[in-house]
Design a protein around this ligand. Structure first.
Ligand SMILES: C[S@@+](CC[C@H](N)C(=O)[O-])C[C@H]1O[C@@H](n2cnc3c(N)ncnc32)[C@H](O)[C@@H]1O
Length: 242
C-alpha cells in the first residue's frame, strides 16, 4: 500500500529534508505520534470536538484512524466503533488500547472494509491530503453511511500550506516531509457533492491561546504570533440525504 518514496533534498536554508511517502512517513512517525508536541493535532481535537459535541452515533467509522484517538473518544461515549488505516504501524499503536482490538483493519481509504449503510458517523481527521483520489474516498464514505448519517472531515487548511506550513515531523533530529496532495476546500466540497452528500457545516479553525503552551514548550512562541491569524484547519460536515 503506497510507495516507499524516500529521498533527501537540500532546502533554501541549507538544511537537508527527507521526503517520504504517506505510508512510509507514518510508519516512521507511529511510535512517537501521540507523544510529539503537535499544536495542529491539539487544535484538531479541540475544534472537531466542538463540531461533534451534539452528535451521538450508535455506529461510528474512523477512516485513516491512525493511533485511534477518535475511536476511543466515541467508544467511551457509548458508540460501536470501527476504524481503518493504510499504515500497519499506526494501527499497531491503536491496538495497544485493548478495547479497540478486533475493531480496526488495514485498508486504503478508497476501499474501506465496511458494509453499505452501516455508520451514523464517518470521521476522517487530518488525513484527506494524503489520499490520491478523493472522489473514490467520498464515494466510499457515502456508501458506508446510513441515510441521515453524518460525514465529518478535518484537514490542514490550504492557506496554511500556502503560508509555508508543512506536513512534516522530526525524528532523531531529522526532519521528514510527507508526500501529500494540495487541494482547495472547493475541490473537497465538489468531491462530496459528486458522491451525493449534502453540506451541513463548514468551519475554519485558527490557533488560539489554547495551543500557545505547545508552541511555547517547543520554543516557537514567535511562530505562534505569525501563524495565529492564518486558518490552520478546515472542518466540514455533510449529511447523506434520506
Ligand atoms: C496525520 S495522520 C491522522 C491520524 C488520525 N486520523 C488522527 O487524527 O490522529 C494521517 C493518517 O492517514 C493514514 N493514511 C495515509 N494515506 C492513507 C490511505 N491512502 N488510506 C488510509 N489511510 C491512509 C496514515 O497512515 C495516518 O494514520
Amino acid at each position: 500500500m503506497g510507495t516507499a518514496l524516500r529521498h533527501f533534498e537540500k532546502t533554501a536554508f541549507g538544511k537537508f529534508v527527507m521526503y517520504v511517502s504517506a505510508i512510509e512517513g507514518h510508519r516512521l512517525w507511529a511510535s512517537v505520534y501521540d507523544s510529539s508536541l503537535n499544536p495542529l493535532l491539539a487544535l484538531e481535537r479541540r475544534a472537531m470536538g466542538d463540531v461533534l459535541k451534539g452528535i451521538q452515533p450508535s455506529t461510528m467509522i474512523d477512516v485513516a484512524c491512525g493511533t485511534g484517538h477518535w475511536l476511543l473518544h466515541f467508544q467511551d461515549a457509548g458508540s460501536d466503533v470501527f476504524g481503518c488505516d493504510a499504515c500497519k504501524e499506526m494501527l499497531n499503536e491503536a491496538t495497544k488500547i485493548s478495547s479497540l482490538r478486533g475493531r480496526i483493519a488495514l485498508a486504503d481509504a478508497e476501499d474501506i472494509p465496511f458494509r453499505d449503510s452501516i455508520a451514523d458517523l464517518i470521521l476522517c481527521s487530518v488525513s484527506l491530503g494524503y489520499f490520491r483520489n478523493i472522489g473514490g474516498v467520498f464515494r466510499e464514505f457515502a456508501r458506508a453511511s446510513k441515510a441521515g448519517g453524518f460525514i465529518a472531515v478535518s484537514d490542514l487548511h490550504p492557506d496554511a500550506l500556502l503560508s509555508g506550513w508543512t506536513r512534516s515531523f522530526k525524528l532523531g533530529g531529522q526532519r521528514y516531509d510527507i508526500e501529500h496532495h494540495r487541494r482547495t476546500v472547493q475541490e473537497v466540497n465538489r468531491a462530496a457533492a459528486d458522491a451525493g452528500l449534502s453540506p451541513k457545516f463548514h468551519r475554519e479553525a485558527c490557533f488560539t491561546t489554547s495551543e500557545f503552551s505547545l508552541f511555547q514548550r517547543a520554543g516557537k512562541q514567535d511562530l505562534f504570533r505569525t501563524v495565529k491569524s492564518i486558518p490552520a484547519l478546515f472542518i466540514c460536515l455533510w449529511e447523506k440525504p434520506c
